[in-house]
Design a protein around this ligand. Structure first.
Ligand code: KIV
Ligand code: NA
Length: 264
């Protein structure tokens, strides 16, 4: 097998084939997703919440994300690995964006990068694609702007739909190979998906995008507490780990583990 390329994703759109994407931040999950039908993995800045325990995605740094990117790249043979540019690492302009993206490509071994924003980051996307770095855009709800957007809220309802459409179009026009649509009404996502030549990747954007993405800990129910409405839990990993932990702890306390077969 060979690595998935951005042109394979363009071809999938042309054929009308949908594809799944997941986040991954470590070698075991990356290998499992890679070997079980997920052609694109995102080392998201959501590692801020899901790995490092921050409240928001804002604090996570390039230096915290780079080792996770390297782990995911090393553990996979087929998936295209996208590295998220964290807050503060590209907003200053094309020069800063290029410097950061080059680190993810060179030191991280990523195959593409992702950054948040539409019209406001078109110049950054042009600089990266001009330098030969594939870029995935991200419009609609953009978590790095949550303090401006007023929390986790659907973007593009009613008259603001045109804003999201314009942002998605700007990302495509700047040369991105795909664009994430996060928390936008299904009808708006459907319109954008029809209008753009590049694949759209939905999260909380309904069934009519070219691809879907979820945070892996949400997908398998590892995250505790209430998940957003757009999440479907395909397993109860939190329950499975809790039960295994209780058994292990009880067996150590009870002297049942380790047994003879675990002993040299
Ligand atoms: O960081 C992330 O997990 C993301 C996806 C949800 C698109 O940006
Ligand atoms: Na992200």
């Amino acid at each position: 097998t060979r690595r998935v390329r951005t042109r394979d994703l363009a071809a999938a759109k042309a054929r009308g084939d949908r594809w799944p994407m997941l986040t991954s931040y470590d070698q075991y999950t990356a290998a499992i997703f890679d070997q079980n039908g997920v052609p694109v993995l995102l080392v998201g800045d959501s590692a801020a919440n899901n790995v490092y325990g921050y409240e928001t995605t804002l604090p996570v740094t390039v230096d915290e994300l780079l080792p996770l990117v390297r782990a995911v790249v090393r553990a996979t043979t087929t998936a295209l690995i996208v590295a998220d540019l964290p807050f503060g690492s590209y907003e200053e302009g094309p020069t800063q964006a290029l410097r950061t993206a080059v680190r993810f490509m060179k030191e991280g071994g990523a195959h593409a990068v992702k950054l948040e924003g539409g019209r406001r980051v078109a110049a950054q996307i042009e600089a990266l694609t001009g330098a030969g770095i594939p870029v995935m855009g991200h419009v609609g709800f953009t978590p790095q702007s949550e303090h401006t957007l007023g929390g986790y809220r659907v973007q593009g309802r009613d008259e603001s739909a045109a804003q999201v459409v314009a942002d998605a179009r700007a990302v495509a026009d700047a040369g991105a190979f795909a664009v994430v649509l996060e928390m936008v009404p299904g009808e708006v996502a459907k319109t954008i998906t029809k209008e753009l030549d590049i694949p759209t990747v939905g999260i909380g954007a309904g069934p009519d995008t070219d691809a879907q993405v979820l945070v892996w800990q949400d997908m398998v129910g590892l995250r505790t507490g209430k998940a957003p409405r757009f999440v479907k839990k395909y397993a109860d990993m939190s329950g499975i780990l809790a039960e295994a932990t209780r058994q292990y702890a009880a067996e150590v306390r009870g002297g049942e583990f380790p047994a003879a077969e675990h002993t040299f």
